[in-house]
Write a protein that binds this ligand. Structure first.
Ligand code: OAD
Ligand code: ZN
Length: 278
């Protein structure tokens, strides 16, 4: 058996011993690639490598607030592809929902904007959408919220919604750009991220899944855990400081495969497949 397989069974034993009560999970785009949603930074398949057609100064500009205010069209072209409703949760999402149903999930911090955590049935109060989501939207000028159904229509057509809030002026409406409440570069993370950050320090087991840990402040979350707390990485590649501590476990490869191994070691394998197929 490989080192990671021995370690997976050690992690499973720890959970099954009852000593683990607070699992904190930190996720990124890699847990949704199996659902058909591309990640950002994978060299061939990632969104940033495939945005050339959108006429951007650099790929990250698609999520840059000042660029968006100049030219919102590339973002809306992308939003058409990424918009929730077309995709289904992966085995990894369902595994996190099992942690929740077994009262082991202390907090999930996700960078994803695809809403697949909610779709997998993870209770909303256990989810921190650190980079926001497509669930709500508002005007970038006057901050007035914008109707969900109208938003969906605009996104489907790939065109840019504009604020309809009444103003006192001659034109009568604000007409500012409407943007989903996704955290762009140049914007603050939601309060919930900072409010729940102490939960990461309360973890007695950390699972990091499908993220390159390139974007701060999210990237520092795995370092909030106490030093003696085991941290397990399910990812294609080694990232951040994972692997630098004695009890870190690296499960390299696709996360659904790694998660299935852990579920099997826990005796949850059948339940995982059953819930996933529902
Ligand atoms: P990235 O694309 O930066 O990283 C995804 C990570 O998941 C990489 O390390 C991949 O190797 C790995 N990966 C891909 N598919 C996988 C799979 N099936 N199994 C396991 N690992 C896999 O995505 P994030 O870390 O989520 O911001 O990116 C962070 C933020 O950067 C995003 O939230 C986004 C972007 O700018 C916004 O959307 C506002
Ligand atoms: Zn407005």
């Amino acid at each position: 058996r490989t080192l990671s397989e021995r370690s997976i069974s050690a992690v499973a034993d720890l959970i099954n011993s009852g000593k683990v009560r607070r699992v904190v999970v930190m996720t990124g785009a890699g847990i949704s690639t199996a659902a058909g949603i591309p990640d950002f930074r994978s060299p061939e398949t990632g969104l940033y490598a495939n945005l050339a057609s959108l006429d951007l100064p650099e790929p990250e500009a698609v999520f840059d607030l000042s660029f968006f205010k100049e030219n919102p069209r590339p973002f809306y072209a992308l939003a058409k592809e990424l918009y929730p409703g077309r995709y289904h949760p992966t085995v990894s999402h369902v595994f996190i929902s099992l942690l929740a149903s077994k009262n082991l999930l202390h907090q999930l911090f996700t960078q994803n904007i695809d809403c697949l955590e909610r779709a997998a049935g993870i209770p909303e109060d256990l989810i921190v959408e650190a980079h926001g989501s497509f669930a709500t939207q508002r005007c970038v000028e006057c901050k007035t919220t914008y109707d969900d159904d109208k938003m969906r229509d605009h996104v489907r057509r790939g065109d840019v919604p504009r604020c309809e809030a009444k103003t006192g002026g001659l034109e009568g409406v604000c007409d500012g750009l409407v943007k989903p409440d996704i955290v762009f570069f140049g914007e603050q993370l939601p309060r919930s991220f900072f409010d729940r950050m102490p939960k990461a320090a309360q973890a007695d087991l950390v699972l990091v899944m499908g993220t390159s840990l390139q974007v701060h402040p999210f990237a520092s979350l795995p370092n909030q855990a106490m030093e003696y707390v085991p941290r397990v990485l399910f990812n294609m590649e080694r990232v951040g400081t994972l692997g630098s501590q004695a009890d870190d476990v690296l499960v390299l490869g696709d996360c659904d495969t790694g998660v299935r191994k852990l579920a099997d070691a826990l005796g949850w394998g059948e339940e995982l497949e059953k819930v996933w197929k529902e």
